[in-house]
Design a protein around this ligand. Structure first.
Ligand code: SF4
Length: 459
């Protein structure tokens, strides 16, 4: 239905005014709970710069997310919508007349490209606008279009410094997760890893809040080293290594334990050691995509003999290369600090993933989306002798369906167990059977791999 001109302009104005990037100083920033450690360390990074950020309680009001969507939206959109509506309702109940929705800012980043993730914040704006008491909450976004630039989110230089801290905090969260996954399947005493790592996470949060603004990365690395060293002592060295399972898929679903019905713990229960793809992989991918776009601009300017375009693209090219080099250097430092004590799984470089996909003519980065990471990530797991791969995604997710179409026959040919795990909030009665069967295949794969390794070493 076409809107009258005055309504349509106020609607457009509402989207640009109330879904935008602006200075959040002094507001309570509400961050959706995605990867539990990643979200909490990001909130701590904001607090280090004086923004009272908090992670939203999650999965407690899914019914609201479902009630205000049609059923055609992606599942993460429903979950996060339920989270923000539930929080605001509860907060209003708690504070009564003191509740003022303009004291808060809701953080919902977006991605450009063919995916619906670019539409979550607009769609959620429309729903929030239906509640007179919530319609004035501003939505803050950061976008992949400019590599999640934080310019304007904090005053002056602070925005740039915050971005540096947020990147390191993201990698720290990845490594803390990898410590858990390396230790928990082999713990001497059940529950010891979780108890220890909850405390370790809180120590890291406290340190980020205290030393983050000064970007005292040395102090953060030192604490991480201590955590890794102490976590190692939880492992029972007499326990043999288990089949290793790599998880790929859609970033929200694979990192949000409630949405994926705690798939990592479930796989561990059935005898696996699990590694999930990292958050850093996505951030590095976004930077790499920016670099590829600048490269295209440069080539176009060269073809057109556009001198001004060439200068501009060259300037951006240098900035982009420096950014990627900085990220790689910091990521390496964080992983190395933990690896001095514990043999956690490392992370792959995005250009390597592209080179491998190109060389084997499996998929192209020109198509984009998370499919490139999932297909490339799965092949990296195979290369690192994992015994199975699970693709975790929201039901009907477009990039993950592409991933499945390519990985399923490919891994079958390579004789590597593979499982699609799609979620939409319902409990599937055959899920446990599927996981158990998959783990049986992974165990067989590990046994066959070890027999072959023995035979090879005797030759
Ligand atoms: S990646 Fe999947 S779940 Fe996420 S927006 Fe795209 S289609 Fe939806």
């Amino acid at each position: 239905m076409e809107m009258p001109p005055e309504e349509s302009s106020s609607f457009a104005e509402r989207l640009t005014r109330n879904v935008s990037r602006f200075d959040v100083s002094g507001k309570t920033l509400l961050i959706p709970d995605m990867a539990p450690r990643g979200s909490r360390l990001l909130a701590a990074s904001f607090r280090a710069f004086g923004v009272p950020a908090q992670v939203l309680p999650t999965y407690t009001h899914l019914h609201l997310g479902k009630e205000f969507t049609s059923g055609k939206e992606c599942f993460p959109c429903q979950v996060t919508l339920g989270d923000i509506l539930g929080f605001l309702q509860e907060e209003k109940k708690l504070l009564g007349r003191d509740f003022n929705v303009t004291d808060y800012v809701y953080f919902m980043p977006e991605a450009d490209g063919p995916c619906r993730f670019g539409m979550y914040n607009k769609m959620q704006r429309l729903v929030l606008d239906r509640f007179p008491e919530f319609k004035d909450i501003p939505i803050l976004y950061m976008s992949t279009a400019d590599g999640y630039a934080s310019t304007g989110v904090l005053p002056g230089e602070q925005a740039k410094l915050f971005r540096r801290l947020a990147y390191v905090a993201t990698i720290l969260a990845d490594v803390l997760d990898r410590i858990v996954w390396r230790v928990r399947p082999y713990e001497r005493e059940p529950g010891r890893t979780d108890a220890f790592m909850d405390k370790a996470q809180q120590d890291m949060i406290d340190l980020i809040e205290r030393r983050g603004q000064a970007r005292d990365f040395k102090a953060l690395y030192a604490l991480l080293g201590e955590i890794a060293s102490q976590a190692k002592s939880i492992i029972d060295p007499n326990r043999p290594r288990k089949p290793r399972i790599g998880i790929v898929g859609e970033i929200y679903l694979r990192t949000h334990p409630d949405s994926n019905q705690h798939i990592i713990r479930e796989l561990e229960r059935f005898g696996a050691e699990v590694v999930d793809a990292s958050l850093g992989e996505w951030v590095n991918f976004v930077s790499y995509e920016q670099y590829r776009n600048i490269r295209k601009q440069w080539r176009l300017a060269w073809k057109r003999m556009d001198a001004a375009g060439l200068v501009d693209a060259s300037r951006q090219w240098v900035g982009s290369r420096l950014e990627m080099a900085w990220q790689g250097w910091r990521q390496n430092q964080v992983y190395q600090k933990a690896m001095e004590h514990l043999d956690i799984q490392g992370d792959h470089a995005i250009p390597t993933v592209e080179a491998q996909l190109d060389q084997d003519r499996l998929f192209s980065f020109d198509i984009g989306t998370e499919a490139v990471l999932s297909i490339g990530g799965a092949l990296e797991y195979v290369h690192d002798h994992f015994d199975g791969v699970v693709n975790v995604f929201p039901f009907t997710c477009m990039p993950s369906t592409i991933t499945s179409a390519i990985l399923k026959p490919l891994l079958l040919r390579m004789n590597v167990p593979y499982l699609d795990a799609a979620y939409d909030g319902t409990i599937q009665p055959n899920r446990e059977v599927a996981l158990r069967t998959f783990m049986y295949q992974a165990t067989q794969h590990k046994a066959a791999r070890e027999v072959k390794k023995d035979a090879d070493s005797r030759q």
